[in-house]
Design a protein around this ligand. Structure first.
Ligand SMILES: Cc1cc2nc3c(=O)[nH]c(=O)nc-3n(C[C@H](O)[C@H](O)[C@H](O)COP(=O)(O)OP(=O)(O)OC[C@H]3O[C@@H](n4cnc5c(N)ncnc54)[C@H](O)[C@@H]3O)c2cc1C
Length: 355
């Protein structure tokens, strides 16, 4: 912050990139009621994230020509901005354990006794990071891949975060609350000892899209939710639930009294782990992991599906880079934050080394 060449404006809301003769020359932003512009001498680096970067590009005239035309925006560069949106989806298998064992209930997590112990010497139940183990698994559904297609978090906690949780986790039906141990005042669920397994599907085949809802920069764009459209994605999550079930039946888990909550969905019959029941359950309960990427895809110069080149420069526009999760052509086989930090570092290097 003490550098002469750094000026930070907080609460500024970028409306669009200013482009003249196919060159980015600055940014228009709002500060409260005021509209301001700032001009650049070298280039503009757009880092609005997977949802907002494509929105800002499209508002600036960079995006699919027909879509921009439908909103009366002049198309300066016809690029597949907003396409290729990918996100990790997850579901959950919960279970109970013996009450004697040292795992967290939500009540424990909020108990000042454990908080004090942790504050004092960083020990006790709250020294758990809650997601204590992560497995990367190849389900075998896709042959010849060298990477995992499933990530499995195991939490030594009957995971429930309060009365609003059913909304947060995307559970749509009150019918399932009692099965999961939710009640209106959450008393039972909060006191439960138990565990939660969260399988994540890592490489979705269902590809989603972001488009503009209007030309108003403050209006959120439309995210077209085709999640789980491709049956393959459901199969991966089903394998994740079956794997979790097998894990819960190991000797080590039996020794702590592990008992999974196996949910039969309305209209399904027979085995809770059948394809039919798991598909209904997954389509009901699956939620995004907030790992959205891909809407300003990086690719080679002859890749018609790419928005930015291998140096993160927007194709066909000078002086404009996108440097955030939106440039990932494919989702990573794991959480996205560290890869985004790498993208930021790499982008900074590209800018520094450019003339
Ligand atoms: C709830 C949640 C939990 C997550 N948990 C994890 C996790 O545990 N581990 C993990 O690895 N990843 C996690 N992620 C994902 C991770 O946070 C993202 O992948 C990563 O932050 C993306 O980085 P980014 O730079 O692309 O975008 P962002 O971090 O979203 O940065 C974009 C920035 O641009 C700003 N911005 C957007 N539009 C405008 C505008 N018009 N004007 C001005 N500023 C604007 C935003 O305010 C934001 O600060 C989580 C994400 C969420 C939402």
């Amino acid at each position: 912050m003490t550098r002469d060449n750094l000026h930070v404006i907080t609460n500024a809301y970028v409306n669009k990139i200013l482009i003249e003769d196919k060159k980015a020359v600055g940014v228009e932003y709002s500060l409260g009621e005021k509209h301001e512009t700032v001009r650049c001498t070298k280039e503009v680096a757009l880092c609005g994230g997977t949802v907002k970067s494509p929105q800002i590009l499209m508002l600036s005239g960079i995006g699919p020509r027909s879509h921009l035309k439908s909103l009366g925006i002049e198309c300066i560069a016809d690029l597949p901005v907003g396409k290729n949106l990918q996100n990790h989806m997850s579901c959950q298998l919960k279970g109970h354990t013996n009450d004697e064992i040292d795992v967290l209930s939500v009540n424990d997590a909020m108990d000042p006794k454990y908080q004090e112990q942790y504050d004092l010497d960083q020990t006790g139940l709250l020294s758990s990071n809650v997601i204590e183990s992560v497995a990367f698994i190849q389900t075998g559904l896709e042959k010849d891949i060298e990477w995992p297609d499933l990530q499995l978090f195991t939490l030594p906690m009957y995971y429930t975060s309060g009365p609003d949780e059913p909304t947060i986790l995307g559970i749509k039906s009150k019918d399932l609350y009692p099965v999961f141990g939710y009640d209106d005042n959450q008393t039972d669920a909060m006191a439960h000892k138990g565990f939660t397994m969260l399988p994540f599907m890592l490489h979705p085949k269902s590809v989603v899209e972001i488009t503009l809802a209007s030309t108003d920069p403050k209006e959120p764009p439309i995210i077209d939710p085709h999640y789980l459209e491709d049956p393959h994605d459901v199969k991966v999550l089903a394998e994740g639930l079956r794997f979790s079930k097998r894990l819960a039946e190991t000797g080590a888990m039996k020794a702590i009294g592990a008992q999974t909550i196996d949910i039969m969905m309305p209209g399904a019959s027979g085995d809770a782990y059948s394809d039919e029941n798991l598909e209904k359950y997954i389509r009901h309960i699956a939620t995004t992991a907030y790992h959205q990427v891909g809407t300003c895809k990086m690719g080679s110069n002859d890749d018609v599906t790419a928005v930015v080149d291998p140096k993160m420069r927007v194709r066909g526009i000078k002086g404009l880079r996108v440097i955030d999760a939106s440039i990932m052509p494919h989702l990573t086989s794991g959480n996205t934050n560290a890869p985004c930090i790498m993208i930021g570092e790499r982008g900074a290097d590209f800018i520094k080394s450019s003339r």
